[in-house]
Design a protein around this ligand. Structure first.
Ligand SMILES: [Zn+2]
Ligand SMILES: [Zn+2]
Length: 151
């Protein structure tokens, strides 16, 4: 699904839940759905949403992100920097993450061998994989700036 289709799906989800589609919720959903690969935190989502629709507050962003997660439109991650980060959820596409512990850079990858190994390990133990989350914590080889202690 592209961003426009996702917005439409979110709008009908709100309707089905008896929730109002507000321009604020719409702006926040738009920011999320156009942030593929970015893994935005709440303050970052807030900043972008305010550019589309001024007057949006932190609480509205927080509550709208809950709706998006509960409805299966967003997945949330904790990458070890104390921030919850969000990305558009897509049932048909799965990826895992590499996270730099110094600069916080996040890279997405998918490896068929790792995926297959997980299925095999689950099967060996009498399970079927329903979902998984793989986060590999790394350090940039090229050198990067420590986000907690900028030079
Ligand atoms: Zn991701
Ligand atoms: Zn780095």
């Amino acid at each position: 699904m592209n961003a426009t289709e996702r917005i439409k799906a979110f709008r009908s989800y709100l309707g089905s839940q008896g929730l109002k589609l507000t321009t604020q919720r719409d702006a926040i959903a738009k920011v999320l759905f156009t942030s593929e690969g970015e893994h935005l935190s709440l303050p970052e989502l807030l900043e972008r949403a305010q550019k589309i629709r001024s007057g949006i507050g932190y609480a509205t962003v927080y509550r709208t992100m809950r709706l998006l997660v509960d409805g299966g439109f967003a997945s949330e991650h904790q990458f070890g920097d104390g921030q919850t980060r969000y990305e558009p959820a897509d049932d048909t596409k799965h990826h895992d993450h590499l996270i730099c512990v110094r600069c916080g850079k996040v890279v997405e990858f998918e490896d068929p061998v790792i995926e297959a190994r997980q299925d095999a390990i689950a099967a060996q133990n009498g399970f079927e994989v329903v979902a998984h989350r793989l986060e590999i914590y790394v350090r940039c080889l090229q050198g990067c700036e420590d986000k907690d202690n900028p030079a």
